[in-house]
Design a protein around this ligand. Structure first.
Ligand code: ACO
Length: 344
């Protein structure tokens, strides 16, 4: 069996920045509160009412296709992790398939909130490991501004919009997704949810008036479970593989809150220079946070680097993944430079 390796990364960020100062004009909050409680300075917002998650996901896929020099017809399957699909159906994966011209692909959306990318990655990896797929595109994409109540200061400061994609292929050696640990527990479903709009509470004047189509959460309780869940998931995967802190090149945590990230790293005994963080610039982009970290730091990564990914989200959903990076990021950077030079 070949491991499924990440062989390319792409991403998309809307241009508009929503800073803490902008939020001070919308709700009763201030920059200092947001920075010290969450670590966030700004986030990106997709303002165009005619564009949403499928647009961002397609752009992230297109970025990957161009960087990798991939023929979209080679893609066997597309998995889009999202809780903010353009609509319930058709699935975002279908819209992306059409947009990028992946004419031989099948695909589906996967809903696991902030653990979405992790769950989609392990699903895609098993599709590769089965030997039935050669190229699986895994995308994490969320337009969180579409379900955020910009009158609720306790949630509107947290989230942003983004998409990022990875390509999975069989690795000829020993790199790729080595193992994963994943769990769900619906006992606390009500602590973090969007209660309206589904078959239980279909949209009515009443559900809209009650703000049931916005994300709602009990932040302090979620914080507590997230810290605990992420630390335990990281510990589980490290124990299984007898990984010490010196074995790990980077922890790549879901970016929900700088304090959750710091606590997880501290419990693992990792210094901050071994933790990928970009929450300050993008906020919590739900399914996009982990691949967005890859996109940000791709150039530093080398074949064989051991990464531990860890996430926690609504559901609850949580888990961790141990993977060995499959390519030298500098090569990707050089390839990008040569595309840029060729384009001049
Ligand atoms: N600006 C100023 N004050 C605020 C704001 C704000 N934006 N939001 C809340 N407050 C106030 C509250 O009203 C409260 O005031 P009170 O004491 O007068 O009642 C006070 O700040 C403390 O509120 P808490 O909710 O207890 O603040 P806490 O320190 O827990 O921080 C936060 C809130 C940042 C939401 C934190 O609980 C958190 O990060 N929780 C995790 C939630 C999360 O990240 N969810 C995303 C999805 S799940 C995941 O990704 C892991």
């Amino acid at each position: 069996m070949s491991y499924a390796a990440i062989t390319a990364v792409g991403h998309f960020l809307p241009e508009e920045r929503l800073t803490n100062a902008d939020l001070e004009r919308l709700v009763d909050t201030d920059d200092e509160w947001i920075r010290t409680r969450t670590g966030i300075r700004e986030r990106r917002i997709l303002r165009d009412p005619d564009k949403a998650t499928a647009y961002m996901a397609s752009n992230a896929a297109q970025d990957l296709i161009e960087k990798r020099g991939l023929d979209p017809e080679e893609i066997d399957a597309i998995i889009v992790a999202t809780i903010t699909p353009d609509m319930f159906f058709p699935a975002t994966a279908c819209l992306v398939q059409h947009e990028i011209g992946a004419s031989k692909a099948w695909g589906f959306d996967l809903s696991a909130a902030c653990s979405g990318f992790l769950f989609a990655l392990s699903t895609g990896a098993q599709m590769i490991e089965s030997g039935r797929h050669e190229k699986v595109l895994v995308i994490g994409a969320d337009k969180m501004s579409g379900i955020t109540n910009f009158e609720d200061r306790s949630t509107c400061v947290l989230f942003g919009d983004a998409a990022a994609a990875v390509l999975l292929e069989p690795d000829p050696g020993d790199c790729g997704v080595i193992d994963f640990y994943q769990r769900v527990d619906g006992k606390h479903a009500g602590l973090l949810s969007m209660p309206g709009g589904g078959s239980l509470r279909p949209p009515t004047y009443e559900t809209v008036a009650k703000g049931m189509h916005f994300l709602q959460q009990q932040g302090r309780a979620v914080f507590k479970y997230a810290v605990d869940g992420m630390a335990r998931a990281a510990e589980e995967i490290m124990d299984r593989h007898q990984l010490g802190i010196d074995d790990i090149r980077y922890l790549v945590p879901h970016q929900a809150n700088q304090r959750i990230i710091d606590t997880t790293a501290r419990k693992m005994g990792l210094d901050s220079d071994k933790v990928m963080v970009n929450i300050d610039r993008y906020g919590n982009t739900t399914a996009a946070t982990i691949p967005l970290c890859f996109a940000d730091r791709e150039e530093e990564l080398r074949r064989g680097d051991a990464l531990v990914l860890v996430a926690f989200g609504g559901g609850f959903t949580w888990g961790s993944c141990y993977l060995r990076w499959a390519y030298d990021g500098s090569k990707a950077a050089r390839a990008r430079e040569s595309y840029a030079t060729a384009a001049l």
